[in-house]
Design a protein around this ligand. Sequence first.
Ligand SMILES: Cc1ncc(COP(=O)(O)O)c(C=O)c1O
Length: 383
Amino acid sequence: MKERVANNYGSFPVVFTKGKGAQLRDIHGKEYIDFVSGIGVNCLGHNHPALVTAIQKQVEKQIHISNYYISDVGVSYTDALLKATEMEGVFYCNSGAEANEAAIKLARKYGFGIQAQKKTIVTLKQSFHGRTLTTLSATGQEKFHPESFAPYTPDFKHMKANDYAALDFIDASVCAIMIEAVQGEGGVNLIDADWAQALEKKAREVDALFIVDEVQTGMMRTGSLLASTTLGINPDIITLAKGIAGGVPMGACLFRGRASDVFVAGDHQSTFGGNPLALAAAKAVLKEINTECMQNHVIKMGEKIQNTIRSWNLDIIQEVRGRGLMIGIDINFEAAPFQKACLDNGLCVTTAGLKTLRFLPPLIISEAEIETGLAIFREVLTA
Ligand SMILES: Cc1ncc(COP(=O)(O)O)c(C=O)c1O
């Protein structure tokens, strides 16, 4: 495998064969508790009956038809998605980076329509928006800008999150401000609701589009369908991916109001975008996750994880923070060896930055699975 797949990922030498709910099994029959869910993708866990049935049924009808045509599942899912998110239109694609590329192109065209020089896009330090050259340029972390990949897309500026003074530097040259509702890859960093609202006000003052990248936070991950709702903001554009179709590759760039009529036919396209198979999966996911019961479960399980870890009072832990089932644990050491030790002991966790361990379990995870996972986690931290 290693010789044939480009070694960009540095994958662990474990081979999974199947999963059920929040549990995985490897080729040796060893069981694991999954606190990663494919980096926030498998929101319904593994092998969820509603998702499996929806995919099976769609495969028998049609897998792909191209965007020359419209699919019946496309019509019904789009209605449901726009109603649930209170957005007015959507561009479908295949990943988070692609959804953000669409948002960035839309914003540049919006700015150009006002004034040719209105091109600057402001994002946040410690942000992460994807791995294409333009979404890397949007990403506010130096480690993602090595000279080897230069030149990057120009006219991106990175400002400090939760900093009111920084708002003064946003002027009429800015065509868009883009933030994550909770910074994921940058360390599970929370954004103050008051500051996010002030940022949105500033965006409207200078006629810049307000984009919220909900690729990681969206689809109930933080205990509301969209994390921007919790922040009390009304973005012009919201991007989604990861959990949107429960594991089938899919991204979406949603827009409303000022951003609604910017794209015209031919402006932006994607061969696989809005593929009926992905939309059928997304439709099943939306139905399962967008309920009060799921919302209460995510909030309750998130609190359980955070409170349990805090109650241990371990010296190695500096801080526990997060929202819903998106949780970061800062430790006094590099996180990567602990990620590996957890895996060896039957628990999948991920990292977010040098010293932060991150949990993104499936939204359907049970209390018992959390207790088993946390017992392994504690053992690894105290070994
Ligand atoms: C906030 C955010 N935006 C964009 C991306 C990129 O998504 P993808 O890997 O699907 O391109 C990620 C991936 O981790 C993300 O967390």
